[in-house]
Design a protein around this ligand. Structure first.
Ligand code: K1U
Ligand code: ZN
Length: 171
Protein backbone atom coordinates (compact mmCIF):
# COMPACT_ATOMS: atom_id res chain seq x y z
CA UNK A 1 0.00 0.00 0.00
CA UNK A 2 1.40 3.39 -0.99
CA UNK A 3 1.75 6.06 1.67
CA UNK A 4 1.73 9.40 -0.15
CA UNK A 5 3.85 12.44 0.79
CA UNK A 6 1.75 15.23 2.25
CA UNK A 7 2.56 18.62 0.75
CA UNK A 8 2.77 21.66 2.99
CA UNK A 9 2.48 25.44 2.82
CA UNK A 10 3.42 27.43 0.76
CA UNK A 11 2.92 24.82 -2.02
CA UNK A 12 0.60 26.45 -4.62
CA UNK A 13 -1.21 23.13 -5.22
CA UNK A 14 -2.90 23.68 -1.84
CA UNK A 15 -4.45 26.88 -3.23
CA UNK A 16 -6.24 25.45 -6.28
CA UNK A 17 -9.99 24.92 -6.53
CA UNK A 18 -10.33 21.17 -7.12
CA UNK A 19 -12.22 19.61 -10.03
CA UNK A 20 -15.30 17.37 -9.63
CA UNK A 21 -14.93 13.62 -9.97
CA UNK A 22 -17.02 12.11 -12.76
CA UNK A 23 -15.75 8.50 -12.83
CA UNK A 24 -15.72 6.18 -9.83
CA UNK A 25 -13.66 3.13 -10.76
CA UNK A 26 -11.09 0.73 -9.30
CA UNK A 27 -8.30 3.30 -9.72
CA UNK A 28 -10.20 5.83 -7.62
CA UNK A 29 -11.01 3.18 -5.00
CA UNK A 30 -7.30 2.30 -4.76
CA UNK A 31 -6.49 6.00 -4.29
CA UNK A 32 -9.14 6.18 -1.52
CA UNK A 33 -7.53 3.21 0.29
CA UNK A 34 -4.11 4.88 -0.03
CA UNK A 35 -5.50 8.14 1.32
CA UNK A 36 -6.83 6.36 4.43
CA UNK A 37 -3.43 4.69 4.95
CA UNK A 38 -1.67 8.05 4.48
CA UNK A 39 -4.06 9.74 6.93
CA UNK A 40 -3.63 7.05 9.62
CA UNK A 41 0.17 7.10 9.17
CA UNK A 42 0.38 10.90 9.53
CA UNK A 43 -1.54 10.61 11.96
CA UNK A 44 -4.62 12.66 11.21
CA UNK A 45 -8.40 12.55 11.32
CA UNK A 46 -8.89 13.76 7.75
CA UNK A 47 -7.07 14.12 4.45
CA UNK A 48 -8.07 15.89 1.23
CA UNK A 49 -6.76 14.95 -2.23
CA UNK A 50 -4.98 18.30 -2.83
CA UNK A 51 -2.82 17.57 0.24
CA UNK A 52 -1.20 14.78 -1.78
CA UNK A 53 -1.06 16.95 -4.91
CA UNK A 54 -4.26 15.64 -6.54
CA UNK A 55 -6.59 18.36 -7.80
CA UNK A 56 -9.89 16.45 -7.30
CA UNK A 57 -12.89 16.87 -5.00
CA UNK A 58 -12.10 13.90 -2.79
CA UNK A 59 -11.40 13.62 0.95
CA UNK A 60 -11.36 10.93 3.63
CA UNK A 61 -12.23 11.31 7.31
CA UNK A 62 -12.11 9.07 10.38
CA UNK A 63 -12.41 10.80 13.75
CA UNK A 64 -12.63 7.53 15.72
CA UNK A 65 -9.75 5.91 17.58
CA UNK A 66 -10.56 2.39 16.35
CA UNK A 67 -10.92 3.12 12.60
CA UNK A 68 -14.66 2.38 12.91
CA UNK A 69 -16.17 5.31 11.02
CA UNK A 70 -14.37 5.71 7.71
CA UNK A 71 -16.03 8.40 5.63
CA UNK A 72 -15.32 8.86 1.92
CA UNK A 73 -16.28 12.26 0.55
CA UNK A 74 -16.54 12.45 -3.24
CA UNK A 75 -17.86 15.78 -4.60
CA UNK A 76 -19.07 16.76 -1.10
CA UNK A 77 -21.42 19.70 -0.50
CA UNK A 78 -22.53 21.26 2.80
CA UNK A 79 -26.29 21.63 2.40
CA UNK A 80 -27.06 23.18 5.78
CA UNK A 81 -25.08 24.58 8.69
CA UNK A 82 -26.06 26.01 12.05
CA UNK A 83 -24.49 27.61 15.12
CA UNK A 84 -20.99 28.80 15.81
CA UNK A 85 -18.24 27.23 17.85
CA UNK A 86 -14.56 27.97 18.37
CA UNK A 87 -12.38 24.91 17.91
CA UNK A 88 -8.65 24.27 18.21
CA UNK A 89 -7.58 23.30 14.72
CA UNK A 90 -4.47 21.93 13.03
CA UNK A 91 -3.59 20.83 9.51
CA UNK A 92 -1.29 18.14 8.16
CA UNK A 93 -0.18 20.67 5.51
CA UNK A 94 0.81 23.14 8.26
CA UNK A 95 3.27 20.77 10.00
CA UNK A 96 5.11 21.14 13.28
CA UNK A 97 2.33 20.68 15.83
CA UNK A 98 0.78 24.08 15.15
CA UNK A 99 -2.80 24.59 16.34
CA UNK A 100 -4.96 27.69 16.68
CA UNK A 101 -8.53 28.63 17.49
CA UNK A 102 -10.91 28.86 14.53
CA UNK A 103 -14.63 29.65 14.40
CA UNK A 104 -16.73 27.09 12.53
CA UNK A 105 -20.39 26.13 12.27
CA UNK A 106 -21.19 23.85 15.21
CA UNK A 107 -23.53 21.60 13.16
CA UNK A 108 -23.47 20.68 9.47
CA UNK A 109 -25.47 18.52 7.08
CA UNK A 110 -23.35 17.25 4.17
CA UNK A 111 -24.15 15.36 0.97
CA UNK A 112 -21.47 13.39 -0.86
CA UNK A 113 -20.86 10.21 -2.86
CA UNK A 114 -19.33 7.18 -1.14
CA UNK A 115 -16.63 4.90 -2.59
CA UNK A 116 -19.30 3.05 -4.65
CA UNK A 117 -20.70 6.28 -6.11
CA UNK A 118 -23.82 6.13 -3.91
CA UNK A 119 -25.14 9.46 -2.63
CA UNK A 120 -25.43 9.84 1.16
CA UNK A 121 -26.16 12.57 3.67
CA UNK A 122 -24.69 12.94 7.14
CA UNK A 123 -25.42 15.30 10.01
CA UNK A 124 -22.45 16.11 12.22
CA UNK A 125 -21.40 18.12 15.23
CA UNK A 126 -18.22 18.43 17.31
CA UNK A 127 -14.93 17.17 15.82
CA UNK A 128 -16.66 15.52 12.85
CA UNK A 129 -18.42 18.77 11.86
CA UNK A 130 -15.12 20.64 12.23
CA UNK A 131 -13.25 18.09 10.16
CA UNK A 132 -15.89 18.08 7.37
CA UNK A 133 -15.63 21.89 7.10
CA UNK A 134 -11.82 21.74 7.17
CA UNK A 135 -11.63 19.11 4.39
CA UNK A 136 -14.19 20.89 2.18
CA UNK A 137 -12.16 24.10 2.55
CA UNK A 138 -9.12 22.19 1.21
CA UNK A 139 -11.12 21.33 -1.93
CA UNK A 140 -11.61 25.07 -2.53
CA UNK A 141 -7.95 25.93 -1.92
CA UNK A 142 -8.61 27.32 1.56
CA UNK A 143 -6.67 26.64 4.76
CA UNK A 144 -7.63 27.25 8.39
CA UNK A 145 -4.76 29.74 8.71
CA UNK A 146 -6.64 32.04 6.28
CA UNK A 147 -9.07 32.66 9.16
CA UNK A 148 -6.28 33.98 11.42
CA UNK A 149 -4.73 37.48 11.56
CA UNK A 150 -1.95 38.28 9.08
CA UNK A 151 0.53 38.47 12.00
CA UNK A 152 -0.42 34.97 13.17
CA UNK A 153 -0.19 33.68 9.58
CA UNK A 154 3.29 35.21 9.22
CA UNK A 155 4.48 33.64 12.49
CA UNK A 156 3.03 30.27 11.49
CA UNK A 157 4.73 30.34 8.07
CA UNK A 158 8.06 31.09 9.79
CA UNK A 159 7.55 28.21 12.24
CA UNK A 160 6.72 25.84 9.36
CA UNK A 161 9.85 26.91 7.42
CA UNK A 162 11.99 26.32 10.52
CA UNK A 163 10.33 22.92 11.12
CA UNK A 164 10.97 21.88 7.50
CA UNK A 165 14.62 23.06 7.65
CA UNK A 166 15.22 21.02 10.81
CA UNK A 167 13.52 17.97 9.32
CA UNK A 168 15.70 18.25 6.19
CA UNK A 169 18.87 18.46 8.34
CA UNK A 170 17.94 15.22 10.16
CA UNK A 171 17.50 13.31 6.88
O1 K1U B 1 -6.88 17.88 6.61
C1 K1U B 1 -5.99 17.85 7.45
O2 K1U B 1 -5.06 18.63 7.42
C2 K1U B 1 -6.10 16.85 8.56
C3 K1U B 1 -6.35 17.50 9.89
C4 K1U B 1 -7.85 17.55 10.10
C5 K1U B 1 -8.35 18.33 11.27
C6 K1U B 1 -7.76 18.30 12.51
C7 K1U B 1 -8.26 19.03 13.56
C8 K1U B 1 -9.35 19.79 13.36
C9 K1U B 1 -9.92 19.84 12.14
C10 K1U B 1 -9.43 19.09 11.08
C11 K1U B 1 -5.71 16.66 10.97
O3 K1U B 1 -6.03 15.53 11.14
S1 K1U B 1 -4.50 17.41 11.93
C12 K1U B 1 -4.04 16.12 13.11
C13 K1U B 1 -5.00 15.94 14.21
O4 K1U B 1 -5.72 16.86 14.53
C14 K1U B 1 -5.10 14.67 14.95
C15 K1U B 1 -4.15 13.69 14.80
C16 K1U B 1 -4.28 12.49 15.50
C17 K1U B 1 -5.33 12.30 16.33
C18 K1U B 1 -6.27 13.28 16.49
C19 K1U B 1 -6.16 14.47 15.81
ZN1 ZN C 1 -5.75 20.44 6.55
Amino acid sequence: MTIHSIISIPDPRLRQVCLSIDTIDANLQLLIDEMFETMYAAPGVGLAAPQIGINRRLAVIDVTQDKSQQLVLINPVIIKKEGEEVFDEGCLSVPGGIYDKVERASWVKMQALNRDGKSYEIEAEGLLAQCIQHELDHLDGKLYIDKLSSLKRFRISQKVQKYKRELAKKK
